[in-house]
Design a protein around this ligand. Structure first.
Ligand SMILES: CC[C@H](O)CC(=O)C(=O)O
Ligand SMILES: [Mn+2]
Length: 332
């Protein structure tokens, strides 16, 4: 039976969905449950990674180091991962996260900008962390480019390279060609991270695993940016039915999803007009709540903001454009 390693991102991608308001008690309870269920890795950080708490990305209610420390203190089987986007998080942030108990780092860049991650990936290895490269907005680059950038990550020392469908814009064949190409070109493991904006997250996840990905992300109750991620507890069941081993106790995972995650959710995780447009136009999922706020502020339609950003090929880090676009639409 082939083994798939599932990484739960509820406590990081889900941070976008709860406007970065996780409390220490919530994180501790979720961490305890994930550890009991046998989830090998789970991620804890601001939605935009270490150092993300800011006016630009949204202020965290609780210092993320406290959240990482609380999560790590519950772990006997699982390890805590942190996300680091160079330029938002620093090498010092990573060192602090390790002191707080993190054992894995995922260094994330736009799909064409892997070269900015060299120092952070090298530091991850020096600190003895499981070190991962995370190519965001992978739908925006052709396969050859994704391979070129993934090879850079591997050359810096990444032990896993992820194809990340940040916008939930991919179809299964987009996933298959990218993962197969990486599997042929790299010796390290391949991972996949989905968003469900077009209701394709599970189909894309299955395509990724069948193409050779062995690390897969999910979030409980799909708690993540936009329409959320592949739902972890459903994925455990689906992958088992396909004959893959996850090592996760489904009942224990369902308990965390029901007793801890569901009560935290500020709204049901569903495909709304805005999240659908994210996938349709290929826009970063974390832009959704910012676009809704800008739509209200300027009295314009959130769909028009997101569609315009998609046409402009806006990428992560350009959050200020959301408000500029809203203002231009108001004036038009
Ligand atoms: C803003 C970072 C982003 O949320 C990372 C991620 O999960 C993605 O690109 O999908
Ligand atoms: Mn994501």
């Amino acid at each position: 039976m082939s083994q798939v390693t599932i990484l739960d991102v509820s406590l990081r991608d889900g941070s976008h969905a709860v406007r970065h308001a996780f409390t220490e008690a919530q994180v501790r309870a979720a961490a305890k449950g994930l550890n009991a269920a046998g989830v090998r890795y789970f991620e804890v950080s601001h939605g935009d990674g270490l150092g993300g708490s800011s006016l630009q990305y949204g202020l965290s209610a609780t210092d993320e180091l406290k959240l990482i420390e609380a999560a790590a203190s519950e772990c006997t089987n699982s390890d805590v991962s942190v996300l680091l986007i160079p330029g938002i998080g620093t090498k010092q942030d990573l060192q602090n996260a390790v002191t707080a108990g993190a054992k894995m780092v995922r260094v994330a860049t736009h799909v064409t900008e892997a070269d900015v991650a060299a120092q952070h990936i090298q530091l991850g290895r020096e600190l003895g962390l499981k070190t991962v490269g995370f190519l965001m907005m992978a739908h925006m680059a052709p396969v050859e480019k994704v391979v070129e950038q993934a090879k850079l990550f591997e050359s810096y020392g990444a032990e896993v390279v992820y194809v990340t469908d940040s916008a939930g814009a991919m179809l299964p064949q987009d996933v298959t060609v990218r993962v197969e190409a990486l599997r042929d070109a790299l010796t390290c493991d391949i991972g996949f991270h989905a968003h469900n904006n077009l209701s394709m997250a599970m189909a894309n996840t299955v395509a990724a695993v069948q193409a050779g990905a062995t690390f897969i992300d999910g979030s409980m109750r799909a708690l993540g940016a936009g329409a959320g991620n592949t739902q972890t507890e459903v994925m455990v069941s689906v992958l088992e039915k396909y004959g893959y081993a996850t090592g996760i106790d489904l009942y224990k995972l369902l308990d965390v999803a029901t007793d801890v995650i569901a009560p935290i959710m500020q709204q049901p995780q569903e495909i709304t007009a805005g999240s659908l447009v994210l996938g349709h136009a290929g826009v970063y999922s974390s832009f959704l709540l910012h676009a809704q706020k800008a739509a209200q502020q300027f009295g314009v339609d959130e769909r028009d903001i997101l569609m315009t950003l998609g046409n402009m090929k806006a990428v992560g880090g350009q959050e200020d454009l959301i408000y500029e676009v809203a203002q231009q639409l108001q004036r038009a």
